[in-house]
Design a protein around this ligand. Structure first.
Ligand code: HEC
Length: 127
């Protein structure tokens, strides 16, 4: 297909913003995937139907806490009444004991906001 140069350029200019945003998002997810395998994979499966030492985290973003079937949550988690919003996920990753005192999850303490962004971006991509 032949195209005149100027419409092509106009199109390229118009589209520039979107691919850049996508590339950034992809990079964040990739960074999050690496953080996840370093800090979380030992206990969490990403398979929707599989629980490990911790519950599956497939689709966890915006899900109510303690809602994965067949996982034995702590009483603390079952009665927490929270939803895994970005804000709560951030608090959880930074200091899970402070967000849900009495949780069975070991302390992870990822306090760097950039690392939290990457992890949440990765978790959000799992659906
Ligand atoms: C040593 C094992 C272990 C590690 C490492 C771990 N978790 Fe967990 N996680 C658990 C357990 C056990 C629970 C259930 C806690 C409870 O019932 O109190 C849990 C619960 C959760 C929940 C709540 C899920 C739900 O269905 O309500 C989230 C979100 C979560 N973990 C995220 C993470 C992330 C992100 C990481 C890595 C930064 C991580 N966890 C690392 C064991 C772990």
């Amino acid at each position: 297909m032949k195209m005149r140069l100027s419409p092509l350029l106009a199109l390229a200019t118009a589209l520039t913003a979107a691919p850049v945003a996508l590339a950034v998002e992809g990079g964040m997810q990739e960074a999050g995937r690496q953080l996840f395998s370093h800090h979380c994979t030992a206990c969490h499966s990403l398979d929707s139907s599989e629980n490990a030492f911790g519950p599956s985290l497939f689709g966890v973003v915006d899900r109510p806490a303690a809602s994965v079937p067949r996982f034995a949550y702590s009483k603390a988690m079952e009665t927490s009444g929270i939803t895994w919003s970005e804000d709560n996920l951030r608090k959880w990753i930074a200091d899970n004991e402070a967000l849900v005192p009495g949780t069975r999850m070991r302390h992870v303490a990822i306090s760097d906001p950039a690392e939290q962004d990457y992890l949440i971006s990765f978790l959000r991509s799992l659906k």
